[in-house]
Design a protein around this ligand. Structure first.
Ligand code: FES
Length: 107
């Protein structure tokens, strides 16, 4: 199990358990958390799974692929340097304690 916390734009925080190999998007959906729409189901074609990775966890993230980088230009909220698409972030044991911030809007 990999504990991770989702912080909503309102400041609400929810800590849930993810599974190793699961994507951050899948964890949010499985727990019914608001704010991660994931229209395409993880196919990297919707940009509605936008999250901002907490700064202290950025170094643990997988390398940004050219396709993810291109899709990040389509997010509803202007992306920041910590923006990622949650469907592309697979949990490993190194992510235990991960914190991600959910944007105010995905559409
Ligand atoms: S779920 Fe569509 S790009 Fe991530």
């Amino acid at each position: 199990m990999v504990a991770m916390t989702f912080v909503q734009a309102s400041g609400d925080r929810k800590t849930v358990q993810g599974l190793e190999g699961e994507s951050v998007m899948q964890v949010a959906r499985r727990h019914g958390l608001p704010g991660i729409v994931a229209d395409c189901g993880g196919e990297l074609s919707c940009a509605t799974c936008h999250v901002m990775v907490d700064e202290q966890w950025l170094a643990t993230m997988p390398v940004l692929s050219p396709d993810e980088e291109e899709m990040l230009e389509c997010t509803a909220e202007t992306p920041s340097a910590s923006s990622r698409l949650a469907c592309q972030l697979r949990l490993t044991p190194a992510h235990d304690g991960l914190v991600v911030h959910v944007p105010r809007s995905q559409k």
